[in-house]
Design a protein around this ligand. Structure first.
Ligand code: GTP
Ligand code: MG
Length: 334
């Protein structure tokens, strides 16, 4: 039997017919689907694979409103082109740089904000927060009040950026509403829009995140996934390398410094990953796909889903990595 009831945790339409289908629940009297129930009560995560087309349609419908949009991004894994979202959603938008807690405390928030304030900056405001640690969310709420056009404010961003976590925190800190959205470390937790009334002036609307097929999280198992996603402040690891020297990050990445002056490489990846120098002669990880990059002064090599490597001088590197994982170079974030 299907009805018009939706799961309070992830927004999926509830049904009690097909145990393998999305939104299955043993009884339509319940408010949660079985997947959300399991995530919440047992920490059991179930991967859902959905096509992005459906999600893009949802984002397009957000773009047809006049409502304020919060665009949530993960500071450790920023998209290559942060303005691309504007092609789908032209609305007034606040850029929310989330997961501040995983970057070193020594990094200056203002510097992070200024990084995105170039001439073409399409955002009304840029704010650094940590949803999980409730850092700066009171300030975010003030800015929402300042910029909102109606009661409705949409929360969008890639999967795992921390949208649902942020809404839960705002709910708990500023509302008597006892609802709770489902959050999980796996991609595609939220499956549909979910409206959450914070107070009589503000309703936040959670949306499913776009899945980035270039992220390493799609190609590793659950145990590795936990190690790759940092929970604590990252302790960056710096190596002074001469050409001909190499560093490997666990079983995921190898970097060979092939050409250039003595150079400094700083790895911003989860503390649970082993980062170590190896002799270039060893063929560790060389079976992975090789890519060559010319690096300029003060640039980051970004590895989608893993983090980034800050490189100070110009030079040439060969990197070895799963062929499906995307990489790009940007000017140094920090
Ligand atoms: N370190 C850190 N982790 C966070 C923060 N916010 C969220 N997370 C973690 O990131 C993961 C994803 O969080 P969600 O809130 O489910 O992300 P989402 O954007 O709603 O993801 P989808 O529903 O799949 O689109 C979870 O493991 C959270 O615990 C943060 O501020 N800091
Ligand atoms: Mg979510």
């Amino acid at each position: 039997m299907t009805n018009d009831k939706y799961c309070e945790g992830c927004g999926v339409k509830l049904q009690d017919d097909n145990i393998l289908g999305d939104g299955y629940t043993t009884s339509l009297d319940k408010n949660l689907c079985q997947r959300c129930f399991r995530i919440k009560n047992y920490g059991e995560y179930q991967v859902v694979t959905k096509s992005n087309e459906e999600y893009i349609e949802i984002l397009k419908s957000v773009g047809e409103t006049k409502d304020l949009v919060l665009y949530i991004v993960d500071l450790l894994n920023l998209e290559k082109d942060i303005s691309k979202i504007r092609e789908i959603i032209p609305n007034k938008m606040i850029l929310v740089l989330n997961k501040r807690d995983v970057l070193p405390k020594s990094v200056n928030d203002e510097k992070l904000v200024n990084y995105f304030k170039d001439v073409n900056n399409p955002f009304s405001k840029i704010i650094v927060i940590s949803g999980e640690k409730s850092y700066n969310i009171d300030y975010l709420l003030k800015q929402i009040k300042l910029y909102q056009t109606t009661n409705n404010v949409y929360v969008v961003g890639h999967t795992n950026a921390g949208k649902s976590t942020l809404i839960n925190k705002l709910l708990r800190n500023y509302s008597s509403n006892t609802r709770e959205l489902t959050i999980s470390p796996l991609p595609s937790t939220t499956l549909n829009t979910v409206e959450i009334e914070i107070n009589e002036y503000l309703t936040l609307i959670d949306t499913p995140g776009l899945v980035d097929s270039g992220s390493i999280v799609n190609y590793i198992g659950a145990a590795d996934f936990k190690r790759v996603s940092p929970k604590k402040e990252i302790k960056p690891k710096t190596f002074q390398l001469r050409k001909g020297q190499s560093v490997v990050v666990d079983k995921f990445l190898r970097i060979d410094y092939v050409e250039g002056e003595r150079n400094s490489f700083t790895f911003f990846v989860s503390n649970d990953l082993k980062v170590r120098r190896i002799s270039s002669k060893h063929d560790t990880l060389k079976k992975l796909q090789k890519r060559t990059y010319e690096i300029g002064y003060d640039e980051d090599l970004c590895i989608n889903g893993l983090g980034f490597v800050k490189i100070v001088n110009k030079g040439t590197v060969d990197i070895y990595l799963d062929s499906k994982v995307t990489t790009h170079i940007r000017s140094s974030l920090i």
